[in-house]
Write a protein that binds this ligand. Structure first.
Ligand SMILES: Nc1ncnc2c1ncn2[C@@H]1O[C@H](COP(=O)(O)OP(=O)(O)OP(=O)(O)O)[C@@H](O)[C@H]1O
Ligand SMILES: Cc1ncc(COP(=O)(O)O)c(N)n1
Length: 317
C-alpha cells in the first residue's frame, strides 16, 4: 500500500502546495509589464500563477508597436481549462483588450475574489483600451470586482471625467467605491504632482508645482472615508533637472502592485494589509532595479528578489 504524503507537513526537500492565483492579462514582449510581471511577482511571493492570455503585444522599453487581441473563444477556452482544474483563490486582471473579453471575465469570475487593474494606457503612452472596453469595465467588471487598482487617470476615465478634471485623488477613490468594488487608487509620484500619469511631458507642463514627491500616497476606499496609505518614493527620472540621475526603470509597476495584492490576499491577508505589503514590495523592487541598464526607454521594475542571480553551483548543489 503506498503511503499518502500529508500536504500540511511536506517531506524534507519539498515545499507546501502554494495557493493558486489566476492572472488574466496580455503579454509584453519586453518582459516588463503584463503577464511576465504578473507571473514573476506571484512566484516571488509564494503563489502558483496560472494564466489566461487576452492579447499579444509587440512591445519594448520604448513603446507598444502592435496589439493583437486573442479571440474571445480562445480566451474562453483558457478560462474553462484553468477554472475547472486549478481553481484559483484569487483572480487578477490586467490588460483585457476587447469589450467581449471584459464581459466574459466578468461572467466567468463572478464569486471569486477579483483584483482588477484597469489597464487603459501604457507608461510609454499607447492607448490599450477603447470606449467600448471602458463601457464594459463600468457596466460589467466593476460591479463584480472585489478591489480595483486604477491610477488617477484611469480613475477619471472610469468615472467618465475629462483627463484634466481636478477632482482630488481621495474623492476619485470614493466615487469609484460607490460603484461597488473596494478601490486602491495608486499614487505614483506623478499623482502627488496633480497628474495621473508618469509622462515626462506632463511633468514639464506642471514644473512649477511645488508639492512634495518624497512620498507616494495610495488611497484605499472601501465605502467609508478613504484612507491614505503612504510610503517613500523611489525617484524616477523625468524632465526636472533634480531627477535626471534617478531610475528610469518603472515599467510594470502597476502590474507588479496588483499581482502582489492578489498574492497577499491569496495568503489570507486582509485588503489594507495586502495593499500596504504590495506597495512596500513595489518600493523595494523599484530600488532594486534602479541601477539596471535594460533597453533604451523605460526599463522594467525588478519583479523578483533573485537579483543578482545565485551562482549555478548554489542552485544545483
Ligand atoms: N516611484 C515610485 N516610488 C515608490 N512607489 C511607487 C513609485 N511609482 C509607483 N509606486 C507605487 O507603485 C504602485 C503602483 O502604482 P502606479 O501609480 O505606478 O500604478 P500604475 O500607474 O497603474 O502603473 P502602470 O502604469 O505600470 O500600470 C503604488 O503602490 C504606487 O504608490
Ligand atoms: C501587456 C501590458 N500590460 C500592461 C501594461 C501597462 O504597464 P505600464 O503602464 O507599466 O506600461 C503594458 N504596457 N502592457
Amino acid at each position: 500500500m503506498s503511503a499518502r504524503i500529508a500536504r500540511s507537513s511536506p517531506a524534507e526537500g519539498t515545499s507546501p502546495t502554494p495557493p493558486v492565483v489566476l492572472a488574466i492579462a496580455a503579454t509584453d514582449s519586453g518582459g516588463g509589464a503584463g503577464l511576465a510581471a504578473d507571473l514573476a511577482t506571484l512566484s516571488a511571493l509564494g503563489v502558483h500563477g496560472t494564466l489566461v492570455v487576452t492579447a499579444i503585444t509587440a512591445q519594448d522599453t520604448t513603446g507598444v508597436h502592435l496589439v493583437h487581441p486573442v479571440p474571445a473563444s480562445v480566451v474562453a477556452a483558457q478560462l474553462e481549462a484553468v477554472l475547472g482544474d486549478l481553481p484559483p483563490l484569487v483572480v487578477k486582471t490586467g490588460m483585457l483588450g476587447t469589450a467581449d473579453t471584459v464581459r466574459l471575465v466578468a461572467d466567468r469570475c463572478t464569486g471569486i475574489p477579483l483584483v482588477v487593474d484597469p489597464v487603459l494606457r501604457a507608461t510609454t503612452g499607447a492607448e490599450l483600451a477603447d470606449h467600448e472596453v471602458l463601457h464594459a469595465y463600468r457596466h460589467h467588471l466593476l460591479p463584480v470586482a472585489t478591489v480595483i487598482t486604477p491610477n488617477a487617470s484611469e480613475a477619471r476615465a472610469l468615472l467618465g471625467l475629462d483627463p484634466g478634471d481636478p477632482t482630488p485623488a481621495p474623492e476619485l477613490a470614493a466615487a469609484l467605491a460607490a460603484l461597488g468594488p473596494a478601490v486602491v487608487l495608486t499614487g505614483g509620484p506623478s499623482t502627488a504632482l496633480g497628474v495621473g500619469t508618469n509622462s515626462a511631458a506632463e511633468f514639464a507642463e506642471i514644473g512649477t508645482n511645488t508639492e512634495s514627491t518624497d512620498h507616494c500616497t495610495d488611497w484605499l476606499a472601501t465605502g467609508g472615508r478613504p484612507v491614505a496609505l503612504t510610503h517613500p518614493t523611489v525617484q524616477v527620472a523625468d524632465e526636472r533637472p533634480e531627477n535626471r540621475g534617478a531610475t528610469r526603470n518603472d515599467h510594470g509597476t502597476g502590474c507588479t502592485f496588483a499581482s502582489a495584492v492578489a498574492a497577499r490576499l491569496a495568503h489570507g491577508a486582509d485588503l489594507p494589509t495586502a495593499a500596504r505589503d504590495a506597495a512596500a514590495y513595489v518600493t523595494t523592487q523599484l530600488q532594486r532595479s534602479s541601477t539596471w541598464d535594460l533597453g533604451t526607454g523605460r526599463g522594467p521594475i525588478a519583479h523578483t528578489h533573485a537579483h543578482p542571480a545565485p551562482a549555478p553551483e548554489e542552485i544545483y548543489a
